[in-house]
Design a protein around this ligand. Sequence first.
Ligand SMILES: Nc1ncnc2c1ncn2[C@@H]1O[C@H](COP(=O)(O)OP(=O)(O)O)[C@@H](O)[C@H]1O
Ligand SMILES: CCCC(=O)OP(=O)(O)O
Length: 360
Amino acid sequence: MDKLLVLVINPGSTSTKVAIFEGESLIIQENLTHSAEDLSKYDHITDQFDFRSEMILSWYHDLGYSLESLRAVIGRGGLLKPMPSGIYEVSEGMMEDLRIGVQGQHASNLGGLIADMISRKAGVKAYIADPVAVDEFDEVARISGIPEIKRRSLVHALNIKAIAHRFADEHKKSLHDMNLIVAHLGGGISIAPMVKGKIKDVNNANEMGPFSPERAGSLPVGDIVKMCFSGQYTQKDMKTKINNRGGLVAYLGTNDARDVLKMIDAGDVRAKLIFDAMGYQIAKEIGAMATVMEGQVDAVLLTGGVAYSQYLTDLISDHVKFIAPVTVMPGEDEMTALNESALRVLNKVEAAKIYENEVN
Ligand SMILES: Nc1ncnc2c1ncn2[C@@H]1O[C@H](COP(=O)(O)OP(=O)(O)O)[C@@H](O)[C@H]1O
Ligand SMILES: CCCC(=O)OP(=O)(O)O
């Protein structure tokens, strides 16, 4: 059987996006959604391995495809050790770090693990590209204010790089000649100053910056210390409050920005205040990142699912357009970006990096 297809796997907090490509053409893409109830059965992300793998394999087989048709499998990379941007072969050392979650637990840790399992069945190689652990920080960006704690580069690198490349191509410019601020507005929010193609700083969607549909963002630390030692909450409770049940969902009971927009349309004043506050915090973070490039910003790009809301993008734009022109590029290019990465390796345009050679 001809090996023609690339299978792309992108596990997120509430769904696993899957796609099959033949060359550059998308054959089919699907969002396999997981209810909060289904996922609540699992203590750790890696415990979801069988559940998500079985869903992907049944989806693939139900479409009538055979694993023998695959040329490669590529997954979204996870919270690995800080590493350079690029395409990586899934290796034993990488899988060990994904299982441990060396920089934390996140659904994307399953991308490389599931890609590896399916690739072995298909007798081909597995890859990841531009994982959330991509680290291009200047040293000055790592200092936190407490020597025991470092600021870390955890970022929606895959979509941010893909969107920035698309913007540069559309303007017939090289990304290496541009200074951009890219704001990925999804379930988590990353606001990244991209200086000549490199992500020099970022808020870290899981711990700092604006609050988002399901993350708390930066918090007054004194109050957090009090809550941690109040005896009312376990460590797991606090992590859940900050990472999965913070932001819009904490105030309004939904992490779906579309529901919040409906509440606002229905005249809900509190929903408007909270949504406006999210926009205000996003704009403030964009302003802060403009200082990284001393105000020499060519464009501000707004991307991710929440950027479909013109109400929000107008609000942000009104606050930041004095910095640079704002372009809205809603949604994400992650599945296409992953497929293009696999093709670059398969077509020998680029060699896949080896994780163990690139990290400390
Ligand atoms: N048309 C829309 N208008 C406003 N928000 C939207 C729209 N479509 C999706 N969203 C919101 O985008 C968020 C998810 O964004 P996405 O980029 O898919 O997330 P992630 O970065 O977590 O993969 C959700 O809060 C969802 O409600
Ligand atoms: C640290 C960035 C990864 C992230 O937050 O991804 P999701 O928005 O897909 O959960």
